[in-house]
Design a protein around this ligand. Structure first.
Ligand SMILES: C[S@@+](CC[C@H](N)C(=O)[O-])C[C@H]1O[C@@H](n2cnc3c(N)ncnc32)[C@H](O)[C@@H]1O
Length: 283
């Protein structure tokens, strides 16, 4: 793997994560008692607006029970578990961070969803699945860690069936240098932001057609303002995953949005690019 990926992996190293989660989750009862995906919602949705954002993106993408979904950069697996529980679809998550993958498997076992939801350690730049494999791909708050955007979006296009949906929810550059640290990077070394327009251009160039595009910046600002007004976050929260600095990371993201340095983009695309085989068949 190259240096940039190693630096990103370091940021999400999360030593001892599964043990920390085990002890944080004792608030919900003994380990042999099943948990619901909703109970985990305050600590397993690692993106702006948490569970509400995942629910909205899933609705925009038109997820249905018969779909096979890939979550790229699946974190500790909250979005994957939510999609499976809500729609009945099968979900596979891949993530660069092995501790996150271990934690995602542990939490999925606790919610009793291991038959429907699985995780694997892998890079978004080398997705370990065959061409035309998935009906939908999710990418939430991941692209800002990836410098090679053309390669990223081409990999996603490759594993999607023709006509498949690609749903993305990401932080975008908006005309100012961000204050660091932020949730995805302690310094600019692991942050590779594009503007919303440049993100669209890169995705369309990879063979996608835009179905929905939403500037979610104002909604995100309102969410951060409400969080600040409502005092300390409910426990357990993402501090268990990212450590005590997480409060500072989140404060800075809110400040970057309020100062117009960053924005939030939610968008859904259709795989519009005929694969070589299909192209020949269609002639
Ligand atoms: C901010 S978290 C978002 C996690 C999850 N998508 C969610 O919304 O809950 C970013 C995740 O992307 C993963 N990631 C970053 N770069 C990656 C890459 N090149 N390949 C796979 N995963 C990556 C990180 O390990 C981390 O789990």
């Amino acid at each position: 793997m190259n240096d940039a990926l190693d630096d990103v992996r370091d940021h999400y190293r999360a030593t001892g994560l599964t043990e920390r989660l085990k002890s944080a989750l004792t608030v919900f009862g003994p380990e042999n008692e099943p948990l619901t995906p909703q109970q985990l919602g305050t600590l397993d949705q690692f993106h702006t607006r948490g569970l509400a954002a995942t629910a909205e993106l899933a609705r925009l993408a038109g997820i249905t029970a018969d779909m096979s979904v890939l979550d790229v950069g699946s974190g500790v697996g909250g979005p994957a578990r939510f999609l499976a529980a809500t729609y009945g679809c099968r979900v596979t998550g891949i993530d660069l961070s092995e501790p996150f993958v271990d934690a995602a498997r542990y939490l999925t076992q606790r919610t009793g969803q291991s038959e429907q939801v699985s995780f694997r350690a892998a890079s978004a730049l080398e997705i370990p699945f065959a061409d035309d494999h998935f009906d939908a791909v999710f990418l939430q708050h991941v692209a800002m860690n990836i410098a090679e955007r053309t390669r990223l979006y081409r990999e996603i296009q490759r594993v999607l069936k023709p006509g498949g949906r690609f749903a993305t929810f990401d932080v975008v550059a908006n005309g100012g240098e961000p204050h660091y640290p932020v949730p995805w990077a302690r310094t600019p070394t692991t942050s590779f932001l594009l503007t919303a327009d440049a993100t669209h251009a890169a995705i369309e160039q990879a063979g996608f057609r835009t179905l929905v595009s939403q500037d979610d910046t104002e909604t995100a600002k309102a969410w951060f303002a409400q969080m600040r007004a409502s005092g300390p976050p409910p426990s357990p929260n993402l501090g268990v995953v990212m450590g005590p600095d997480f409060a500072q990371f989140t404060t800075n993201l809110g400040r970057n949005l309020l100062e117009g340095r960053l924005g939030i983009l939610a968008a859904v695309f259709e795989n519009d690019s005929p694969k070589a085989g299909n192209h020949l068949e269609n002639r």
